[in-house]
Write a protein that binds this ligand. Structure first.
Ligand code: ZN
Ligand code: ZN
Length: 244
């Protein structure tokens, strides 16, 4: 009798767990119903139709911002401390893409990050050692407990089986880049604000790194992160942004 009971207990526990999860999800759905950011349809944050219709971005050179095949940095734009290339997924002019990113950023929506990166993978010709999120200043990150770049990196990491390493820290509070209109001011604003976390200092020599951020606008943040990573011996630095 006792062996009969002990064999079945784990099974019962699984059934109870599944039951609790279903009940929990039903309650959450009732309290916080989900509506598509694109068309408002009830059921999910981003319905299948709107997801399928999101516009992809053209690929650009991360140094000059002009069109480039597969996001490679133009030969004429290459520098010793610069980026090797950039992968951009969606077109930020697309209204649904904008809404999706706002929802991730201001709604702290981790599920949405996974929704929007469903099945995403890419080919850059490099085998990366790590994904490195562009850090937010700790005031901003602590207030929200959420860095969208890190969430994107974690979701991509699951798809391509490359680990996420929090190599970079932001040391100073800067003006929000979106408040500065020209490229020179944006570059100046982020100059010297990133540093390598102490525990990674001796680990970056020869490493191939994929920097991750939500939106690539002027690219000043990514280029400054690249300069710092190169200074610690990284040999390849590409960027990945959800949108441009
Ligand atoms: Zn929709
Ligand atoms: Zn270029």
């Amino acid at each position: 009798m006792s062996s009969y009971r002990s064999n079945n207990e784990p099974c019962c526990r699984v059934v109870i767990l599944i039951y609790n999860k279903v009940v929990f999800e039903l309650i959450m759905d009732f309290l916080f119903p989900k509506f598509c950011v694109g068309c408002g349809e009830y059921g999910s944050d981003l319905c299948k139709k709107c997801f399928a219709e999101m516009s992809f971005s053209e690929q650009i050179c991360p140094e000059c911002g002009k069109e480039s095949m597969m996001g490679w940095t133009h030969l004429r734009c290459k520098t010793a401390k610069g980026m090797d290339g950039l992968i951009v997924i969606y077109d930020h002019q697309d209204r649904v893409v904008q809404k999706t990113i706002e929802n991730i950023k201001f709604g702290f929506n981790r599920d949405m990050v996974r929704e929007v990166l469903r099945g995403f993978s890419f080919e850059s010709g490099e085998k990366f050692d790590m994904l490195v999120p562009v850090p937010l200043h700790f005031y901003r990150e602590n207030w929200r407990g959420f860095n969208q770049a890190e969430e994107i990196a974690l979701a991509v990491s699951e798809n391509i089986c490359v680990p996420v390493e929090r190599v970079l820290k932001r040391t100073k509070k800067t003006k929000q880049q979106s408040l500065l209109s020209n490229r020179k001011d944006r570059e100046k604003n982020v100059r010297g604000v990133f540093e390598i976390d102490r525990k990674y200092k001796s680990m970056l020599r020869g490493k191939k790194i994929l920097l991750v951020d939500d939106v690539f606008t002027s690219g000043a943040d990514m280029r400054e992160c690249t300069r710092v990573l190169r200074g610690s011996g990284a040999t390849v630095v590409w960027g990945l942004a959800l949108a441009h």
